[in-house]
Design a binder for this molecule. Structure first.
Ligand SMILES: Nc1nc2c(ncn2[C@@H]2O[C@H](COP(=O)(O)OP(=O)(O)OP(=O)(O)O)[C@@H](O)[C@H]2O)c(=O)[nH]1
Length: 413
């Protein structure tokens, strides 16, 4: 048995040290004493003697990752239990150095024995190291007790550094506090926990990670700790975002589509109702568009639709959003816009388009728009709004096209 051990001790405990040292040397146990100013200076898994007055704030959370002995001025069972529950191995009065010596003796000899009796965990480790997603497990005091190679790659630390550490030893302090709180919540509640977070790997790359954690139980039914698996869902989320965008976008023109309008109108209307700010809608339909197809061909018609979308987008403000509702029919939803402003905007688009010429396949093409406009009344239902604006558009068409018609968005009788 190697009888030389390192003990870190806070400078305030120098007066105990000589007595402890003397007691232990009688039993051929040599201690190398290293004086520290704060518990942080004691490496993870090492033995430290620290006085209670020096443990404040997050220092307390470093106790469990070390073989910590807290020395107090007024010892009582309650005080001792308090420190042990916070992760200390034991708690002593500074007036009983021989007790401290006896406990250290028992600890060091026990430690030497269990080291030599360690169960062969190598097969288990090989198995989890083969799994390509990061896996870790911590005990009930939030100390990492194991992990795989993928977890080491993620953190950029060796297993030696991670195992035995608390999250406060290996993560930036602000993040450590967040992880610690999530761990406490899971241990308290039991069961499983699943959440997504954006995480920067040690190599600098940013990943979207799904954390799946679960509490494991000890044979006595108490929580033994937690195991966590980190799945990289960056590609899956990118694909989902692409699909979501595709399902909300008109393929030909790149404008938002009817499906997107149906979602947005409900949300915006709710916001407008809550804030009392006006919300208006414009329905635009190209006049005699069939003629473009008939005269220049369908592909020229497609190009015309793309160009008109670009042209409309350029004429809209930041509160306006354009939707392609059908073939040559569009909606513009205008936030914080009352009927008067909506009409001005519609008229400006109508007259602007009338003067504009599109060049399509070397042909000069003129287009005009018929437009219906409505300010959404807060008390009527959406179907009625859409029916009313259709009516306004129909009137504009029937009255000769290339014109704007407004309709009241009040409740229909
Ligand atoms: N090229 C092309 N044409 C389309 C597309 N969608 C709809 N159209 C055409 O748009 C035309 C719409 O015709 P109508 O509903 O008669 O309307 P219009 O000719 O614009 O006449 P009014 O609306 O009454 O002024 C049809 O010829 C459709 O084929 C498209 O994606 N590409």
């Amino acid at each position: 048995m190697d009888n030389s051990f390192v003990v870190y001790f806070s400078s305030h405990l120098a007066f105990c040290k000589a007595d402890i040292e003397a007691s232990l040397s009688n039993h051929s146990m040599l201690i190398e004493w290293r004086c520290i100013d704060s518990i942080e200076e004691c490496p993870v898994s090492n033995t430290v003697l620290i006085s209670e007055g020096e443990l404040s704030g997050t220092d307390v959370r470093l106790l469990a990752a070390r073989r910590s002995f807290v020395v107090v001025e007024n010892w009582s069972l309650e005080v001792s239990v308090k420190w042990i529950e916070r992760g200390a191995m034991n708690c002593f009065s500074h007036s009983t150095p021989s007790l401290i010596a006896s406990y250290l003796f028992s600890e060091f000899t026990h430690y030497t024995r269990t080291e030599s009796e360690k169960v062969d965990m190598s097969m288990f480790q090989v198995v989890i190291d083969t799994i390509p997603v990061p896996i870790f497990y911590k005990d009930h005091l939030h100390i990492y007790r194991g992990c795989n190679d993928a977890f080491c790659d993620f953190l950029g630390y060796s297993k030696q550094k991670i195992i035995g550490s608390s999250v406060y030893d290996i993560a930036p302090k602000d993040l450590a506090g967040i992880y610690y709180a999530a761990d406490c919540e899971l241990l308290r509640r039991g069961g499983t926990q699943r959440y997504e977070a954006e995480v920067r790997y040690a190599n600098g790359s940013l990943h979207e990670i799904e954390f799946n954690k679960a509490v494991f139980m000890r044979p006595d039914g108490q929580p033994g700790g937690q195991v966590g698996v980190m799945s990289d869902i960056t590609e899956r989320n990118q694909l989902m975002r692409k699909l979501e965008k595709a399902s909300a976008t008109d393929q030909l023109t790149g404008a938002a589509n009817r499906r997107s309008f149906d979602q947005v109108i409900h949300e915006e209307w709710k916001v407008a109702k809550a804030s009392g700010s006006p919300l208006s809608l414009m329905s635009l339909d190209l006049d005699h568009f069939k003629r473009i197809n008939d005269q220049y061909g369908h592909s020229a018609g497609d190009t015309a639709l793309k160009l008109i979308v670009d042209w409309l987008q350029a004429g809209l403000g930041e509160n306006d959003s354009l939707y392609r509702i059908g073939g040559e029919e569009f909606y513009v939803l205008m936030k914080e816009t009352d009927l008067k402003s909506a009409l001005e905007k519609a008229e400006s688009l109508r007259s602007g388009l009338e003067k504009h010429t599109f060049m399509i396949q070397d042909n000069e093409i003129k287009l005009t728009l018929s437009i219906g406009v409505i300010q959404l009344g807060m008390e009527i239902i959406l179907d009625q709004i859409l029916e009313l604006i259709d009516r306004a558009l129909y009137e504009a068409k029937n009255n000769g096209r290339n014109q704007v018609r407004a309709v009241s968005g009040k409740r229909m009788s």
